[in-house]
Design a binder for this molecule. Sequence first.
Ligand SMILES: Nc1ncnc2c1ncn2[C@@H]1O[C@H](COP(=O)(O)OP(=O)(O)OP(=O)(O)O)[C@@H](O)[C@H]1O
Length: 352
Amino acid sequence: MLYVDKHRPRALTELHYHQTLSDRLVALAAHDDFPHMLFYGPSGAGKKTRIMCLLRELYGPATAKLKIDQRVFLNPSKRKIDVNVVSSNYHIELTPSDAGGYDRLVIQDILKEIAQTQQVDTNAKHRFKVVVINEADSLSRDAQSALRRTMEKYMGNLRLILCSTSTSRIIAPIRSRCLLMRVGAPSEAEMTAVLRHVAKRESFTLPDKVASQIFQDSCGNLRKAILVLEALRMQSPDLTGDLSIAKPDWETFAMNTADLITGEQTPARLLEVRGKLYELLVHAIPARLIIKTITDQLVRRVDENLRAHIVQKAAFYEIRCRQGNKAIFHLEAFVASVMAMIKSDMLDMSWE
Ligand SMILES: Nc1ncnc2c1ncn2[C@@H]1O[C@H](COP(=O)(O)OP(=O)(O)OP(=O)(O)O)[C@@H](O)[C@H]1O
């Protein structure tokens, strides 16, 4: 088992950081007027872990007995849509974005079914069942509206726990019906404490230098940090010597793409970059992540006066990617406008 799973805290009291948040969750779980909740925060900050601990606090250790079902739904044109549903006796977990454009259908069907059935375990501490919705921010507006109606209608039998990276893509009526729980990324001291805890349980010592190297590389993502720790141990079991943290292939690829953009600004180069963007997209790297990674790299390579403008363009095209269907159009438009900016800057012309 990987360290991330093996040493994942199981109870709210075992969580290493954001103690006040854990205390609030313990207090909320003790009451029957438990609200709908929205957990948000950056990737790897520990949202999912906290939600699982909360479920355990609500119903006891049986929430860890999970089963996975593959549910089949029929879309209006009778095509099958497969969705994986993870559930215990007390909760059910969905990632509705698995259903692509038919997330509304999945949400409506599953929630209705749960809301209309009573809790099977008559000794359960709470009468309601919990529905955990992962990646709530990638739900379509239609699906979010369906969710909002369900929240009002079935409050008696059902509580929702939404998990997302930001609240900006969640519609206001849902936000206002949920208790917002921000799970921020751990600080250096907090992350180091978790890494040391893992090291202690695996019976090895973690040098300070390696801990700070892992923190710098992880950008606040605890999952990444623990995975890197495990990878480094494979390189050198006592974590001594010259340790190098390997970057994922796609990240190196995105960095090379940024080099291509800053290296030359011609139609031929744009065509070459388009090929690279296609390559990233077919490997299932989300367009949002591509824009973010390339922008991160671009701002390190260009003149100071261009940085803010590039970030502004990135934000603009990120929204376009989300609103439109063909991500490649918007990615390419982003690259073209950045190239135009760099070129105009070199020729001392205005790019606006
Ligand atoms: N409070 C904590 N104390 C110790 N370890 C933690 C804590 N929170 C999370 N972890 C570790 O970090 C890993 C990642 O956490 P988790 O999957 O909960 O993050 P997440 O915010 O849901 O990420 P994502 O948004 O990418 O799904 C877990 O596998 C666990 O090992």
